[in-house]
Design a protein. Structure first.
Length: 98
């Protein structure tokens, strides 16, 4: 009988990292979710839209949401920095207006 190395020992289980619960249950494919949210790199100046689907007990609700960025603020006349608190507020207003 040959020597069989034990792979799953105490050190293995100490370092083992479990996956997300919904991924373990097979309910959510996080790779597909990432591809839905992240925009292709070859689409430089196109706006990013997101499809939001909410399944309720009686109905299915679909929404199309637009995701604005702070670098769009100079088109609306904002001349301050794009990474400060005021730019975050203006980007929130841009979300509300679109």
């Amino acid at each position: 009988m040959g020597f069989v190395k034990v792979v799953k020992n105490k050190a293995y289980f100490k370092r083992y990292q479990v996956r997300f619960r919904r991924q373990r249950e097979g309910k959510t494919d996080y790779y597909a979710r990432k591809r839905l949210v992240i925009q292709d790199k070859n689409k430089y100046s196109t706006p990013k839209y997101r499809m939001i689907v909410c399944v309720t007990n009686r109905d299915i609700i679909c929404q199309i949401a637009y995701a604005p960025y702070a670098h769009e603020l100079p088109k609306y006349g904002v001349k301050v920095g794009l990474t400060n608190y005021a730019a975050a507020y203006c980007t929130g207003l841009l979300v509300y207006s679109s």
